[in-house]
Design a binder for this molecule. Structure first.
Ligand code: IVH
Length: 699
């Protein structure tokens, strides 16, 4: 393909994708893919200026407004920000170096102050206030012309409708409308219920940004009001004091601000906060490139724990006069840059769809993908959850799909790029037989999953059951990994859990790639696992619906294994956290002779734990209190500290809130400690924790 043809093809594609994204709110490719194509076109146009056409997507900021909303001309154009995708150090350094050069600063001059902010993944909004009243809200549109969406924006509780009387007569506030992750999940949950109830025209949303954009562009404001939107303000535009009309301001960094005793972006944000706008707490004034790098790293750590999506951070020169001096290149200010994080969505192709068998026999369809780097790791598998989900997404072998991985969440296929579907792609159908043992697979009424009925006859379930028993949080057999379990089960050495304790050195060394030394290590870690605790043992049995917390409650309540095995459904229901499903599952498990036999044999093999007195009814000293652990303690591991606290009845939670009673902090404790101090929550170090435990154990 000639260079000119490639440029034309890119323009056409970008036009199409830009229209889907900006105008229809129905993107068909991930943002990262769009960025890549956009950059390719930019590079071509830079190398061959004769290829640049006035209608190139690189020459404008966004798409056309929808006809159905009134168009609004932005008095001050809404700019975009130049993007850096480099590593944290080089991206920040490149920006700082450029700024110092433009400002003609020498090495002898002090560090430049920057405001570091989050780059929210929502949509830009301009809010105009006249005489202290919100009169107009407009989307960015193409940067020059936006859409008037005032009615919908008024439904956002976080946006003030009226400002304090000290606010100037005319002003504009800009910021990001977004949907918090929790609100997004809840919205989709409601949408699924509507779809299930047969309501027509309802759909679920792909991601929070998409849902927020849909809500803002909702023509019926009563529907918009039901969509939970949020807002963060990030810029303030004031007319110069001498002229009260906005028309005289030419750019965003108008020194109009400085006439109102606001000389920096930091002060503008403080003023916005004071007037009642939500300004993100993760906003900092930092010095020089080192300050920017530190912020970038800190937010990278925090990203997954934030209650909303971000796609990077934004660095802005703090001083407004310096901003004015730096000015603009086309549509991008020289004084700001967006520094992105690895995308959490990418495109790849589906090479196969396999069905995997889990510990409890659950069959899960899994898409095998061409390896793709997403959310910071290389992904080759993505779950399709179950038959209904696989059918709803209609993923087929050979399809190009959008894969999403955010945080520690299991990667999932978000959607299929239908335009790229091959003609002969086969529809996926769920297996009605276990792919491993051939037993029938059944889907019970009201359940989403098919399950293999083979039980421990099924080698896949057996392998998973053994791995679960050996898990770090169960009886912990350190040297028993998934490869070894696979070999042991396939060779017929281990058929049931007690076989682990019966197999000898000779059975192990005959396995492929098993040296004498490793065989001894395995045997030693199996031996070590014999000394366990009742909750670990109970959890390790892998009873459906009995997780770690439930196992702990059961152990605490009944004290003894036999009491748990013999408890009636009614007695089980007395345990905190145990409902009918869990009670029935326990009863069903222990009603089966072969399961009781496994427990007896494990005991006979020497697996032991301390049994206690039932504490049913009695309350433990820290019952009802919530603790949070953060940082590294000098001698105790996190699990040890957790066990100590839980033994006294405390709950150990992952994040600090008003309901937290106490935070135990070690070295390098981060934001959780800050939050505890902010909320005035009691903080203990390891010595304090041990004293507290000692106090209660002595009682
Ligand atoms: S400032 C002159 N600050 O990024 C710069 N924009 O390309 C004007 N965005 O869609 C924008 N977080 O909605 C700024 N903290 C932040 C931002 C931010 C997200 C978005 C903005 C626009 C895009 C600019």
């Amino acid at each position: 393909m000639s260079t000119a043809a490639r440029a034309a093809a890119l323009r056409e594609q970008l036009h199409q994708f830009g229209h889907q994204y900006h105008v229809l709110d129905a993107p068909t490719i991930p943002d990262a893919e769009y960025d890549r194509l956009f950059k390719e076109l930019q590079a071509l146009e830079a190398a061959y200026p004769e290829l640049l056409t006035p209608d190139s997507p690189t020459q404008r900021v966004g798409g056309k407004p929808l006809d159905s909303f009134a168009s609004v001309k932005h008095v001050v154009p809404m700019l975009s920000i130049r993007t850096e995708t480099d590593t944290e150090a080089s991206g920040a350094q490149a920006f700082d170096t450029r700024i110092r050069k433009e400002l003609a600063l020498t090495d002898a001059d002090p560090l430049v102050d920057y405001v570091a902010e989050l780059k929210f993944d929502g949509l830009a909004m301009s809010l105009r206030y006249e005489n202290g009243v919100l009169v107009q809200a407009a989307t960015r549109g193409d940067g020059e012309m936006g859409e008037e969406v005032t009615q919908n924006i008024r439904t956002i509780g976080q946006i003030p409708l009226r400002l304090p009387s000290d606010a100037p007569k005319v002003l504009e506030v800009r910021g990001e409308v977004y949907m918090a992750r929790g609100d997004f999940e809840a919205l989709n949950e409601r949408q699924r219920a509507r779809i299930a109830a047969g309501e027509k025209g309802e759909k679920t949303f792909v991601n929070p940004r998409n849902a927020a954009a849909g809500a803002v562009r909702q023509l019926d404001p009563t529907i918009a009001a039901q969509r939970p939107l949020s807002f963060f303000a990030y810029s303030l535009i004031l007319p110069p004091k001498t002229q009260e009309g906005l028309g005289t301001i030419l750019d965003n960094c108008s020194d109009g601000l400085t006439h109102h005793d606001i000389h920096t972006q930091g002060e503008a944000l403080d003023q916005l906060r004071e007037w009642g706008f939500p300004v993100c707490e993760h906003t900092e004034v930092v010095q020089g490139s080192a300050g920017l790098v530190a912020f970038h790293q800190k937010i990278a750590q925090l990203r997954d724990a934030l209650p909303f999506d971000i796609d990077g951070v934004v660095y802005k020169v703090n001083d407004i006069q310096k901003q004015a001096k730096l000015g603009f290149v086309t549509r991008e200010p020289r004084w700001a840059v967006a520094h992105k994080y690895p995308a959490q969505e990418q495109l790849t192709t589906v090479q196969a769809i396999e069905v995997q068998v889990g510990r409890t026999g659950k069959l899960t369809p899994v898409a095998k993908l061409a390896p793709v780097f997403v959310g910071g790791v290389t992904v080759t598998n993505a779950t399709l959850h179950n038959e209904d989900e696989a059918r709803r997404k209609d993923v087929r072998v050979g399809d190009t799909v959008v894969v999403r991985r955010a945080g520690d969440v299991i990667p999932e296929v978000v959607s299929v790029v239908l335009e790229k579907r091959l003609q002969d792609a086969h529809i996926f159908t769920m297996l009605h037989q276990c792919p491993v043992c051939g037993s029938p697979a059944v889907r019970e009424e009201g359940e989403a999953d098919y399950r293999c009925t083979g039980g421990l006859f099924c080698s896949a379930q057996r392998k998973q059951a053994i791995l679960h028993f050996a898990h770090r949080r169960a009886v912990e057999i350190e040297d028993l990994g998934d490869k070894l379990v696979e070999q042991l089960v396939d060779a017929g050495v281990v058929k049931t859990l007690p076989d682990l304790y019966r197999m000898g050195f000779s059975a192990l060394v005959t396995l492929e790639r098993m040296a004498e030394k490793s065989a001894n290590n395995v045997l030693a870690s199996i031996e070590k696992s014999k000394q366990t605790t009742l909750p670990r043992f109970l959890f390790g049995l892998g009873i459906r619906h009995v997780g770690e917390a439930t196992a702990k409650e059961l152990a605490r309540h009944f004290g003894k294994m036999d009491a748990i095995m013999d408890a009636t459904v009614d007695q089980l229901l007395q345990v905190a956290d145990v409902g009918p499903t869990v009670a029935l599952s326990l009863r069903t498990f222990f009603d089966q002779a072969h399961n009781r036999e496994v427990v007896e044999q494990l005991r006979a093999c020497g697996v032991t734990w301390a049994e206690g007195e039932p504490t049913a009814g009695a309350s433990l000293p820290l019952a009802g209190q919530t603790f949070v652990l953060t940082g590294t303690l000098p001698t105790l591991s996190r699990d040890e500290a957790k066990e100590m606290l839980e033994a006294l009845g405390a709950k150990v939670a992952g994040s600090v809130s008003k309901k937290t009673h106490c935070v135990v902090a070690g070295a390098e404790a981060g934001s959780k400690l800050d939050k505890a101090q902010e909320l005035g929550i009691k903080v203990l170090d390891e010595a304090g924790l041990l004293a507290l435990v000692g106090e209660h154990t002595a009682e």
